[in-house]
Design a protein around this ligand. Sequence first.
Ligand code: PEP
Ligand code: MN
Length: 447
Amino acid sequence: MTEAALTAAGVDSYLSKEAKQQPQWPDAAALRRTTDRLTQVPPLVFAGEADRLREQLAAASRGEAFVLQGGDCAEIFAEATADRIRNKIKTILQMAVILTYGASTPVVKIGRMAGQYAKPRSADTETIGGVTLPVYRGDIVNSSAFTPESRIPNPERLLDAYHVSASTLNLIRAFTQGGFADLRRVHQWNKGFSANPAYAKYEQFAKEIDRAVRFMAAAGGDFDALKTVELFSSHEALLLDYERALTRIDSRSGLPYDCSAHFLWIGERTRQLDGAHVEFLSKVHNPLAVKLGPTATSGDAIALAERLNPDNIAGRLTFVARMGAGKVRDALPSIVEGVRDAGLAVTWLTDPMHGNTYTSESGYKTRNFDTILDEVTGFFEVHEALGTVPGGLHVELTGDDVTEVIGGTEKIDDEGLARRYETKVDPRLNHQQSLEMAFLVADLLKK
Ligand code: PEP
Ligand code: MN
């Protein structure tokens, strides 16, 4: 009955379109058993929560809120431990306090968490030491270990992804509702950061925030908003078998929602207008994002908005610009201008990571902290010049002390990358670099 209602709501129309970046499952019957099972499990998120996020994203499109979306490039099942999840949440909350102060508006907090398991890849195979194997496509598909067996797509992993997402979300809900996220406590952590002599340049800023927090407390501000926060989940909706299996009809509205996460995005490699990803996501009512790289045109953006947000509902559609620091000032203005002139309600985020990846001399896939900041600066300049709203920041980060991105006050250099390079796909800002980025972006927001 429910499945029939979903089909009637159009969520299977994507099956007749080309879906890029899907694995070659070796056993269709095994895949079917798993997806059938996933259609029966409880939803990970609820439609009402996704609606609330849509309203907050709408506020960000008007400059009444600022979005912080962050987390791993690829989550790893084995790393979904309490410590690592807590560190990541802590990092996002710490950044959010700094940005709230800088923007003087609420910060909408979204994790690339609890479902970021499927990765688009630029090639189907990789060769190491003369051996060629299928690429790693994320823990939801295969394993990153470089052996023939690990690289075979295994549909059992879809169920694992569901369960690990559920336990991650459980921790997110516990940490954000249970006192851990209290503003005063998060602010204390930030004071520790700026007290470190290496970060002394942020001390003045931290002191200002301190005064503001103390003022609120003195004025009797002991309200719930200080004690709990909302942290939404998001991932790239890449693996359509999984996304479709977790789609449910909302009992209140009768409309389909993809209940694998609150917020879903379409990647740069799968945003074809006539492709299966755009078709599928056009049918679900979650807030959505689309990544736009340097080859995107204003025509592409307008056509995507017409397909994904035909009623022009604010908060429904976010564009995440990932142009590269060297291109953002040239490539982005005409797109933002076209969208503006077409009267489209869109929330603009900057992803300063994906256009700035390169291979270091020491052989690591890396990014440079200054280049990342330069793209964010360029994004703000473009919006300033056009009178449009820079709505938020989308970054790859971890709460751990890894060495994957070059630079920052700790001056991680080419050789330093080897010290603790852990990512299976793209390089992430570490804990300190994330806080530093938040201070620098808050500074841009204050201007
Ligand atoms: C990503 O966000 O990890 C990613 C692959 O991004 P993009 O689609 O922008 O390349
Ligand atoms: Mn990435």
